[in-house]
Design a protein around this ligand. Structure first.
Ligand SMILES: *Cc1c(COP(=O)(O)O)cnc(C)c1O
Length: 486
């Protein structure tokens, strides 16, 4: 066999080709974002279908963009769960928006790595500027340090790592936590309703799940501040070190709001870090009439809110504010020789404030979204989602076969179908079967939760295309699936 000579080096697509395919991609996105309901919200694929439809090995020679985009449309789009669909009301619905997509495209084009100020001054400074805008929109105090991470889960992990640096005498940064008889037990608190990212953070930080106190909640599923104070006292008396309390504004299950002012009181009394998880609910505070949801949060050491959830910014974009960037830096700053730069303390280098060295230019899309909609535009959409959710709450309250399971504070409604004469496990099973039927219809995507152990359905409104009619239809489908008398 004749040895084949290696192929000559190729270059990137020509500008002319890029234009051609670029226009085609933009055309596709324009149509998609205009009418995402062209596809069922849930795909009909079965596990393995996507992989089986594609070659198991990479192509030896480059393929044409026509072929690649053809496969995207033929195989990828139909196998997608359409979060952009107006009938996506599961979990917390989100939105891609035109301005956000354009921002993402330009982020990919610039392709900066904003690890140091010097490696992209604009990315670093626009991140601070845009987050200061968002801070003003949320009515948070001046002077907060803000940074963007991929997700709230990362931000909560970072906040708790910073909290640990409030106790430098524990020497955890230097000596770690393992094998140390001299280290008292370090404790974190959150409510029973807090997000699983808090559990994951204590697991990752090496504190261990046993150091996480899940404080009981009151009748409205808010953290019980009296029980919290008692738990802190108890740990202190036993010689343990209460480190941080995670309060939630808008719990994932029922969107309850923990009593942040009372929790802040306890934190201040004992020198405990207060982290507020407002990933979903915080966004509502851009409405003057909803600003109260962040009452007390000006006293937090850190707060997280996700523009990729309810602020019309494409995944991923989670914002953390802290008034202790010094501690965040103490937790994460570690500079190898080759990253020493001459700007010194005059600039912030974003690599110092988290685990990742490399950072995407995520602020660009958020800046585009805020500028393109304007604060008033963003408010109008959030206000409409809350209005629809309250309407849905009324329909449920007025229907003898439906039962609302939680207060409607934001844009999420938690309820169940309750036919006469059944309860307990049977009622749970009935609702779980109802949801399975609704989801199998693929016209609307809802998810479930448990409220004090009882199975409940959730309708979460958060997509830019969702209207009252979509929500009305979703409720109709639930009733149909439940076999309700009509
Ligand atoms: C969604 C959510 C999270 C997790 O958000 P990610 O950005 O996906 O990590 C954390 N906390 C609350 C309250 C949430 O609703």
């Amino acid at each position: 066999m004749k040895p084949t000579s290696p192929a000559p080096p190729v270059s990137d697509m020509s500008p002319a080709e890029f234009r051609k395919h670029g226009y085609a991609v933009i055309d596709w996105i324009a149509d998609y974002l205009d009418a995402p309901e062209k596809w069922p919200v849930l795909s009909a694929v079965r596990p393995g279908d996507v992989r089986r439809a594609l070659p198991p090995s990479p192509p030896e020679r480059g393929e044409s963009m026509d072929e690649i985009l053809g496969d995207f449309q033929r195989l990828i789009v139909p196998a997608t769960t359409h979060w952009n669909h107006p009938a996506f009301m599961a979990y917390f619905a989100n939105s891609s928006t035109a301005a956000g997509v354009l921002g993402e495209a330009l982020t990919a084009a610039l392709n900066v790595n904003a690890m140091l100020w010097r490696t992209s001054p604009a990315a670093t400074e626009l991140e601070f500027l845009t987050l200061d805008w968002l801070r003003q929109m949320l009515g948070l105090p001046e002077g907060l340090f803000g940074e963007i991470a991929d997700t709230a889960s990362s931000n909560t992990l970072y906040a708790l790592a910073a909290a640990r640096e409030m106790r430098p005498e524990l020497r955890i940064r230097e000596e770690g936590m393992s094998g140390r008889a001299d280290l008292p037990k370090v404790v974190i608190y959150c409510s029973e309703e807090a997000h699983s990212s808090v559990d994951k953070a204590v697991m990752t930080l090496g504190l261990g799940l046993e150091s996480l106190r899940k404080i009981p909640t009151d009748s409205a599923l808010r953290m019980d501040a009296t029980a919290l104070a008692a738990a802190v006292e108890n740990d202190r008396r036993a010689g343990r070190v209460p480190l941080a309390i995670v309060a939630t504004v808008g719990t994932t299950s029922t969107t309850a709001i923990d009593p942040v002012p009372a929790i802040a009181e306890i934190c201040e009394e004992h020198g405990i870090w207060l982290h507020v998880d407002a990933s979903y609910g915080g966004t509502a505070a851009i409405l003057p009439e909803m600003r109260h949801v962040l009452d007390g949060c000006d006293r937090a050491d850190s707060l997280v809110v996700n523009p990729h959830k309810w602020l019309f910014t494409p995944m991923d974009c989670s914002v953390m504010y802290t008034r202790r960037p010094d501690l965040l830096k103490r937790a994460f700053q570690h500079i190898p020789d080759y990253l020493v730069v001459s700007e010194g303390e005059g600039v912030a280098n974003l690599m110092d404030y988290g685990v990742a060295l490399g950072r995407r230019f995520r602020a660009l899309k958020l800046w585009f979204v805020i500028r393109n909609f304007g604060v008033e535009g963003l408010r109008s959409m959030i206000r409409e989602h809350i209005r629809i959710a309250r309407r849905l709450g009324e329909w449920i309250d007025n229907d003898p076969e439906l039962e609302r399971m939680a207060e409607v504070t934001f844009s999420t409604v938690v309820f169940r179908h309750r036919p006469p004469g059944i309860g307990g496990r049977e009622l749970d099973d009935h609702n779980s079967r109802t949801l399975a039927k609704v989801v199998a219809g693929r016209e609307v995507y809802l998810s479930h939760t448990r409220v004090r152990g009882s199975y409940a359905l959730r309708i979460a409104i958060g997509n830019i295309h969702t209207t009252e009619a979509h929500v009305q239809r979703a409720l109709e489908l639930v009733k149909e699936a439940a076999g309700a008398r009509r």
